[in-house]
Design a binder for this molecule. Structure first.
Ligand code: NDP
Ligand code: HSE
Length: 436
């Protein structure tokens, strides 16, 4: 197709995502040129090992190990290498030269997003990272652009596919945590370091990004409260089901008013109960979804593939086309926005309801004692269910649902329960999110 100018696109990385981006760029060159009004000319692909086998057959002459040289002179740099320091340096170099940058690197954006956004703004370049949160699902652009005229109040995300897969197997197929984890590992769902998924680090990186964009505030990744799924037991899954809930690892970003009246942002990741009627409860297997609550728009849900080479490549190409159109039209990129500059509130300021499971001595007055401990700390019980297991003579299991309480009050209550002579064990404390 003639008549189009060329835009030079440098691709850094040719792994699961990069190979698919390169394939789609080459296969759909004419179509993309027509959509953009310029030809996206892939000038090269930087890798570590020129001889490594690739998922896709690509022209050998495109490959280089000289990423620094490749970045020079590019109009748009697509970073799909992963890792922090080399990626950061190459992206800064690209931005300083005026190139737009597209990346899927959640770890880098979570850690250095503000620095990279500043560098982009200084030269009027565009920094885009749609694929960094929830893979193929459009969520960054909807938050930054489509909802730019609204006030977001809360974002609840299932943003880690592997942990959703594990919890879903435990819930729907009765797998033990170990079996579900083994299957997820065999299917290649987990990161090379599974701790990143299982202990919630990956979800915390995504929570940082979502919270920062939704609330126009820099939310550092180490300010995200984080609990993973490694402590979730089959007994908790069963108790949740019995009470009409399902357990999901949620990344939550919320605008809150603290006890002293300060408005701030809470960003947190933990396994939480949600009602089986909530749309997030229907997110099965390795799928992701982000549920957004906004003052004017109300409730919105974005659902789909949170990972996968070709799926993630779709989001990368969307950013690439958008950056390329800006080159054609002219004008600066959309800057990052942190003007609200809210404080990031600690977990103690969060208010939600809870489900507490206790093993107690089965004696007269036990319920009254426990009700007294709750009341002493300002926590109100909404439901109490007692069961006595066959053969468990002298002990009973109590499942207490609370009304909405402050996390700090709940924590003090749980400490008091642990110290009570009638409680033999606090076996589970789970938060309920998304309404009853
Ligand atoms: P892979 O590990 O599959 O691929 C990484 C690629 O980068 C490889 O081609 C590797 O080269 C190259 N590379 C790594 N370091 C360097 C370096 N220093 N110089 C030159 N090339 C280098 O990663 P993915 O494709 O899975 O992920 C890419 C990015 O996308 C990551 O940031 C990831 O977090 C993100 N992401 C991935 C998703 C997925 O489903 N895979 C989903 C959402 C985001 P070589 O092949 O020679 O080793
Ligand atoms: N490890 C991540 C997940 C990959 O399980 O969702 C996508 O970021």
């Amino acid at each position: 197709m003639n008549g189009y100018r060329d835009l030079r696109v440098a691709l850094l990385g040719c792994g699961s995502v990069g190979a698919q981006v390169a394939r789609l760029l080459l296969e759909q060159g004419d179509e993309l040129a027509a959509r953009v009004g310029a030809r996206l000319h892939l000038t090269g692909i930087a890798v570590r090992d020129l001889d490594a086998p690739r998922d896709v057959d690509l022209p050998r002459e495109l490959f280089t190990t000289d990423a620094e040289q490749l970045v020079l002179g590019a109009d748009i740099v697509v970073e799909l290498m992963g890792g922090i320091e080399t990626a950061r340096e190459l992206i800064l170099r690209a931005l300083e030269s005026g190139a737009d940058v597209v990346t899927a690197n959640k770890a880098l954006i979570a850690e250095h997003g503000p620095e990279l956004a500043d560098a982009a703004e200084q030269v009027g370049a565009q920094l885009s990272y749609e694929a960094a949160v929830a893979g193929a699902i459009p969520i960054i652009r909807p938050l930054r652009e489509s909802l730019a005229g609204d006030h977001i109040t809360r974002v609840l995300g299932i943003v880690n596919g592997s942990t959703n897969y594990i919890l879903d197997r435990m819930d729907r197929f009765g797998d033990s945590a170990e079996d579900a984890m083994r299957v997820a590992s065999e299917l290649g769902y987990l990161e090379a370091d599974p701790t990143l998924d299982v202990e919630g680090y990956d979800a915390a990186q995504k929570a940082t990004i979502l919270a920062s964009i939704a609330f126009h505030t820099v939310v550092p990744v180490d300010a995200v409260y984080r609990e993973g799924i490694s402590g979730v037991t089959s007994a908790q899954i069963e108790a949740a089901r019995h009470a009409g809930y399902v357990i999901k690892l949620l990344a939550i970003a919320e605008r809150l008013t603290a006890a002293d009246g300060t408005t701030g942002v809470s960003a947190r990741v933990y396994p939480a109960l949600i009602s089986r009627d909530h749309p997030l409860a229907a997110v099965h297997g390795g799928k992701n979804a982000v549920f957004v609550e906004a003052e004017a728009a109300g409730e919105l849900m974005f659902y789909g593939a949170g990972a996968g080479g070709v799926e993630t490549a779709s989001a990368v190409l969307g950013d690439l086309v958008s950056a390329a159109r800006r080159h054609v039209i002219g004008g600066p990129g959309i800057p990052g926005s942190s003007h609200a500059d809210l404080c990031v509130l600690p977990i103690g300021e969060v208010s939600t309801s809870y489900q507490i499971m206790l093993e107690v001595r089965d004696l007269p007055g036990v319920l009254a004692e426990i009700a007294g401990l709750l009341a002493e700390h300002g926590v109100s019980a909404a439901s109490v269910e007692q069961t006595v297991a066959d053969g468990a003579e002298g002990t009973a299991t109590l499942v207490i649902g609370t009304h909405i309480s402050r996390e700090a009050d709940l924590a003090a209550t749980v400490d008091a329960l642990r110290g009570s002579a009638v409680v033999t064990a606090v076996t589970s404390v789970l938060r309920l999110e998304g309404g009853a």
